[in-house]
Write a protein that binds this ligand. Structure first.
Ligand code: ATP
Ligand code: MG
Length: 393
């Protein structure tokens, strides 16, 4: 094969005894991602995973993009493999990287010799290949300190590999190594990013969405399912539980003081989410809450909301600025869908003057008019489970 990917492991290399389990999980995740693009061999050697197309029909660009979404990879490079001798390495650099090198102002060669049986050490190898390249490209200066372009040569077990600059991988830990969590997914910008951040730590994700038809439209639900689908590009297939929330919202509107509408609604969300999460074997609830962003996201309000559940609550965006969140949403491809202008149930019956510093006992009193258990039971019965995945099998 004349092109192969080398994927360098991230934090996994810091693992002790269970490192092998992390590596096997990562290999499995990579296999699952690239299989949609043809037949690839995926194997691991010296803290590097090799992804090798097995025939000409493979969609190498597609597989490369897919590898960029697999958590657990720190950096990745597309390489040309060649025999472990100077002439073959030089020819590989010329044919594989010659065009890019010709456009650079300056260059250097950086070599790594993982195979200690190779006769030249890495400095000698860089000098040898660099010297030949300097003759072949007299207009491109050698600059070992701040080169415009770096040619990399890696002499490894099976072959030598030449490549240009590496690209960052998705980072994080392999999906599946960190258990499972449930994300409360709205149609906004924040919750998909929150889910992505927890997934990045190796956690499998299920999503829960509260849907208040006819106050929120079918289009709003489709938007949320599309956001979930975009998330599965990173975190693998998931179930989205779409909970019918209309009756609860109407009951709150009819029986509770207006200033507590949002808080009581959010407490219902948490209770229902916890039941669904436990059903799916999830060990935590994840929200897109962000300190101070809106009235329900003050410390006092979050304490009142969180008081109804015992699962750990993760709010990975808690200390971030909106701009930082938007940057991640844009990078992971959820922003465009998030900003489509459909309503969310949080914007239905919003109080004019919400309590920003609620007191738990007062919220409990405000809620006392409701038959909480009965409402939850009917909402759970009125829940639709939707399977979501990124690739069609
Ligand atoms: P987002 O951008 O994620 O919608 P937000 O800043 O608009 O967040 P809120 O609307 O107050 O904030 O919601 C806070 C969090 O509550 C959301 O990030 C999400 O985790 C959860 N949430 C809100 N609405 C829903 C919903 N309809 N279904 C499921 N979870 C929701
Ligand atoms: Mg919202």
């Amino acid at each position: 094969m004349n092109e192969i990917f080398l994927l360098k492991l991230g934090e996994i290399v810091l693992k002790g005894q269970n490192r092998r389990a992390f590596e096997n999980c990562l290999k499995g995740n990579i296999r699952r991602s690239v299989k949609h693009f043809g037949s690839f061999r995926v194997y691991l050697k010296q803290s590097t995973i090799y992804v090798e197309p097995e025939d000409e029909s493979c969609d190498v660009d597609g597989a490369w993009e897919a590898c960029g979404t697999v958590f657990g990879i720190a950096s990745m490079c597309r390489c040309r493999p060649c025999e472990k001798n100077l002439d073959a390495i030089y020819d590989a650099v010329l044919s594989y990287l010659g065009d890019e090198l010709a456009l650079a102002k300056s260059f250097k060669v950086e070599s790594k010799r993982a195979d200690k049986a190779f006769p030249l050490n890495s400095i000698q190898l860089s000098q040898e290949i660099g010297g030949r390249l300097a003759e072949a490209f007299p207009q491109v200066l050698v600059d070992v300190h701040h080169p415009d372009y770096t040619v990399y040569v890696e002499v490894r077990d099976f072959a030598a590999y030449v490549h240009g600059p590496a690209q960052p991988g998705a980072g994080g830990l392999p999906t599946g190594m960190g258990g499972r969590a449930a994300v409360l997914l709205s149609g906004g910008i924040d919750s998909p990013v929150a889910g992505y951040m927890i997934a990045k730590r190796g956690v499998e994700i299920e999503c829960i969405h509260f849907f208040s038809y006819p106050y929120t439209s079918e289009k709003a639900k489709e938007k949320v399912l599309e956001l979930a689908r975009l998330m599965t590009r990173y975190c693998g297939r998931m179930t989205v539980d779409v909970v019918g929330f209309t009756e609860i919202q109407e009951a709150i509107r009819d029986h509770c003081p207006e200033e507590y509408f949002t808080l009581i609604m959010r407490r219902f969300m948490m209770r229902i989410a916890q039941r669904i999460a436990k059903y799916h074997g999830c060990r935590a609830l994840v929200t897109g809450e962000n300190l101070g962003q809106v009235a329900s996201q003050t410390m006092e309000a979050m304490a009142v909301t969180g008081a109804v559940v015992d699962l750990p609550l993760f709010h990975p965006l808690i200390g971030m600025d909106k701009e930082e969140i938007v940057t991640i949403a844009r990078r992971i491809g959820t922003l465009e869908t998030s900003i489509l202008p459909y309503e969310d149930c949080c914007t239905v019956f919003t109080p004019k003057h919400p309590k920003t510093k609620p007191v738990l006992s007062q919220v409990e009193a405000a809620e006392a008019a409701l038959d909480v258990e009965a409402l939850i039971g009917r909402a759970l019965e009125n829940t639709e489970k939707v399977q979501v995945k990124y690739y069609d099998d």
